[in-house]
Ligand binder design. Structure first.
Ligand SMILES: [Zn+2]
Length: 412
């Protein structure tokens, strides 16, 4: 299966990955430690991880054409098994090499994808990948035919900060877009925000969209791009929505984790989506501050928070309908409308709530009474379907919000 780049944001991609870009983004993309790849070279090919998102823990060779890469999580803490890997194979000659992917913990999860330009990705064919073992013991063996150019092999398409940067660049000239710097990550990378609202409007209601707290969750990012592009679209619905609502988008909350190829955490060893409330990390503190700034502004009110992620299937984690939210029953109405727009697709909803759980959706509800939603996309969901999911979910969201009662002017 060939996967075309999904938007123009990918244009910078290849140059950045190959280290030839003049983009200012390439500096922030650069991984802090180059990694020790000295042992990962034979007279046939070498393997390295010296690019943003590049990650493996150890490499061994045997003969000229066999490599074993061992993957390990970023720290010794409790970790979700999102066993990310990304590496580059640079051939010295046309040949076929075998690469074993082994894991210190968790086992193999993501089906490998390859790219020579960083823009177009190919899911590796079934007959080139052999999965062995069960669950935490799973390993993968891949057979790669290499020719004259380097090949990236990764758990998912590589989406470093430069892609977000290019995506923001591509939109910031629109009259209804304001790009700003929300703050910095622990390693001082930019955490950027985009505000979408018709200029001159008196938007009192705020929708917050968040993304990439968890570095490997690239499919959630694809859905978010399509979702936001739809809000910025030319439809009458989108124009009416932008006239009434402001949308604040923070697409990349964990840039450090992304650049370092982390499985889950930021550089503080924390799962950021278990830190909403305590806000002990610079990245989450920015989000807490943002929500508070909206809520304490008498002219604005937080209406909905949607946080984009990936897991093993497409599913919405939501607040249950029997807990009153404001706007009332937004999630039920939104997902019903979305399901109507996706007749050949089953919308999955998992509604539950534990008070005080430090995740974004629970925090939005506990603290502000707003419906919080975790928008999860499957790891291997068809990429064209993800585009449709993002578009239709955004269309349904805008239509549903426009039907909610306009909130009254705050009393003086
Ligand atoms: Zn996640």
């Amino acid at each position: 299966m060939r996967m075309r780049a999904m938007n123009s944001a990918f244009a910078l991609f290849s140059a950045v990955l190959f280290g030839a870009s003049a983009s200012p983004a390439s500096a922030s993309d650069h991984a802090a430690s180059p990694g020790d790849d000295d042992d990962c070279s034979t007279s046939y090919a070498s393997i390295d991880q010296d690019f943003p998102t590049g990650a493996f823990d150890a490499c061994e060779t045997s003969g000229n054409r066999r490599f074993t890469l061992t993957m390990a999580p970023e720290d010794d803490g409790d970790i979700n098994c999102s066993a990310w890997y990304a590496f580059r194979v640079t051939p010295q000659r046309r040949t076929r090499i075998t690469i074993d992917l082994e894991y210190e913990t968790c086992g193999h999860r993501y089906w490998p994808k390859t790219s020579t330009d960083g823009v177009n990705w190919t899911v590796m064919p079934r007959n080139r990948v052999e999965i062995d073992g069960e669950r935490g013991e799973r390993t993968a063996r891949i057979v790669l035919r290499v020719r004259d150019e380097p090949v990236f092999v990764a758990a998912q398409e590589i989406l470093p900060p430069s892609v977000y940067d290019a995506w923001l660049d591509g939109h910031e000239d629109r009259p209804f877009v304001t790009r700003s710097l929300l703050g910095h990550s622990a390693e001082n990378r930019d955490i950027e925000m985009m505000r979408i609202a018709q200029p001159g409007g008196a938007q009192r209601e705020t929708i917050v969209l968040a993304g990439r707290q968890h570095p490997p969750e690239v499919t959630g990012a694809f859905a978010m791009f399509a979702f936001v592009d739809t809000i910025m679209g030319d439809s009458d619905l989108a124009a009416a929505y932008r006239a009434r609502f402001e949308t604040l988008v923070v697409p990349l909350i964990n840039p450090d984790g992304v650049v370092h190829g982390h499985w889950r955490h930021n550089t503080g060893g924390v799962d950021l989506n278990r830190d909403w409330g305590p806000f002990t990390q610079p990245e989450t503190a920015l989000m807490g501050g943002l929500l508070d700034a909206v809520e304490t502004d008498p002219a604005r009110d937080l209406r909905v928070l949607i946080d984009f992620h990936s897991t093993n299937r497409d599913v919405f984690y939501t607040i249950p309908d029997d807990l009153p939210t404001d706007p009332a029953l937004f999630t039920r109405d939104w997902l019903a409308r979305y399901q109507e727009r996706m007749p050949d697709y089953e919308v999955n909803r998992d509604a539950r709530h534990a008070v005080g759980r430090p995740i974004s959706k629970a925090y939005a509800f506990d603290r502000y009474g707003a419906p919080g939603i975790t928008f999860e996309i499957g790891d291997e969901t068809d990429r064209a379907l993800i585009q449709r999911i993002g578009r239709e979910a955004a269309t349904a969201m805008m239509a549903t919000m426009l039907e909610t009662p306009v909130i009254a002017e705050a009393a003086e």
